[in-house]
Write a protein that binds this ligand. Sequence first.
Ligand code: GTP
Ligand code: MG
Length: 698
Amino acid sequence: MATEHAPADIRNIALVGHGGSGKTTLTERLLFSAGAIQRMGSVEENNTVSDWSEEEHHHQHSLRQVMVHFEAKSHMSDKSVLVNLLDTPGLGDFIGHAIASLPAVETAMVVIDAGKGIETVTRRIYNVAQERNLPRAIVINKIDEHDLDLEGLVERIRDVFGNQCLPINLPTAGGESVINVFEAEHADGAEPVFSSVEEAHQQIQEQVVEVDDSLTEAYFEGGELDPVKLHKAFEVCLREGHLVPICFVSAKTGAGIDDLMHVIVDYLPSPLEGNPRPFVNEDEDGNESPYEYSVDPDKPLLAHVFKIAADPFVGKLGVFRVHQGRLKVKDEVYIGANKKPVRIAHLYKRQGKDNVEVESLGAGDIGAVAKIDELHFGSVLHTDHDADKVHLKKLPLPKPMFGLAIELKNRKDESKFAPATHKMMEEDPCLIFERVEATKQTVMRGLGELHLRVVEEKLKDQYGIEIETETPKIAFRESIAANAEGHHRHKKQSGGSGEFGEVYLRVSPLPVDHENHDEPTFEFVNATVGGSIPKQFLPAIEKGIRGVLQEGAIAGYPMTGVRVEVYDGKFHAVDSKEIAFIKAGRKAFIDAVQKAKPILLEPYVHLEVTAPNSYMGDIASDLSTKRGRVQDTEMIGSDTVVVKAQAPLGELQNYSNQLKSMTGGAGSYTIDFSHEERTPPNIQAEVVAAFKGHQDDD
Ligand SMILES: Nc1nc2c(ncn2[C@@H]2O[C@H](COP(=O)(O)OP(=O)(O)OP(=O)(O)O)[C@@H](O)[C@H]2O)c(=O)[nH]1
Ligand SMILES: [Mg+2]
């Protein structure tokens, strides 16, 4: 059983980047090169360590994040380090898994296809890594391919991401090998295919010494500095984003892999050298403040679960990063604010789908625990009660906006459905299954059509549940645009005791909290005077109104953005009871809403379409027919454009197919919830006409 690694001897790296750029192949190559596997698998042959699931073989893409690890030797000393590598999916629909991996690592290694250049996901994930203050490195892969413009690509990278992106090595002709230009001052044999060793060497050395005045001085006085002496400055550069090294490789042929391994072991930050993760502590009043910790195995435990996996053999797995302290088998540890500790029965390191048992994992390492039901995505494991409320600053995960309504093919699957969806949601932070009361549909939401297609496949393959899907109805919300008054007198005489309650109220619009869809923006005010309605009946009136907020007043959708002021009424000493005021409140409210210029709000999304330049006009004019507004267009590289727009979600239900046919498959897009907007009157009229109305509940 492996011994625990000291933080200085660990490198944690997430391989991120656009789908098909070669992350999984690179993972395989690195494992092979380090001797962790005896034979190199390939994506085409469905035998890589990372892509092991049936769905991945079928789609030929990674569909979730996978951890592998290996030992690698330093090129500068005789020590070796443990490399934990997270291979993440690059398809936009699965970007949640990539974003979720970032808190576990010191470095985001952004892989770019040498021929295709910067693509949508490249930019998105690079930007998230930057926002999260994570050191980055860029790997330009597939340098074995023909007709590449690598010099142009480096220029574009510097254009788009900034001049701090600099080659640390340069490829030779045909992508046969690379020359480390941080270390070499002159070419010793083959020349690089562009630039020169001297020029690239000078550029990167000057960039590094810039962060340290004394080094700058020494450099400009005496010239050359030993890379070992520059190590500290190099780490500062990475931490501050003052340098983003670019490496060239071919995962396929193995060219550049030795040097990449060297960069990983000898240049990329160890857990001690990385930037601290943004943990926050919440005090009793819910105020958050930064939580400080140190990457020290001898301090109390602080570990963060960044992934939940359903393992076919050991069951539910929580994959975590130890940030402080250590976790040992048989330890008792706390999860968040849970009062009862859990006992750690087994600890694992993951190698693709395999679990390798270990005794302990120290600060800086990544591992997994099995069969702890209380663990969730984002859970914090600790041994210190001061850390009860500690959690990681919220990740910018995209909101699942693409929905499909579900019907089960077989009724008998009903009992299996809820547990299966529960498990799948735990594994995927961007997947939601929900019952939408407004539309009486069960809906699954994800990041795109492919995402949900894979979910459908998994439901069938792993849980034996077959479903049918259809476009869901739009989740409108009702609101009002004007002030109005409403009144209802509820009176019912049946035999002995009757029901009596009378309510006068005013409604007025409130600014809607568009982020919060689960809660209505609502205020209820008692403005009655002189006991016209006894106090004890006001909660009943509010209850009646809240019923309407849930069911809607004009179209059957939940309401939001309303302030209600009850200002008068009547009661009866015998016949006034709770139920009478619930009904009177409800009807008086519907009465007022109908006079208050009721409106429908519909969800709008941010849309970012990336496509070859020549399609820009088509994309923009198509969006305008969808009530979309183009807000910005940005060129990335010489022939790719990003169109940023806002559009109603309801118009984009079939956008992935439409964009595909519009651009011959070359376009891609992302959507993210933006806000809600008032629906045009013609659409509102249709929706209202389709509403069957309220049951008369008198
Ligand atoms: N020529 C060439 N092809 C490569 C290289 N690396 C990967 N490929 C091919 O590129 C394709 C995509 O490779 P993957 O490793 O699956 O890419 P990925 O980045 O993991 O893709 P996702 O999992 O979708 O994010 C496969 O057909 C690989 O064989 C390379 O260095 N050279
Ligand atoms: Mg992959």
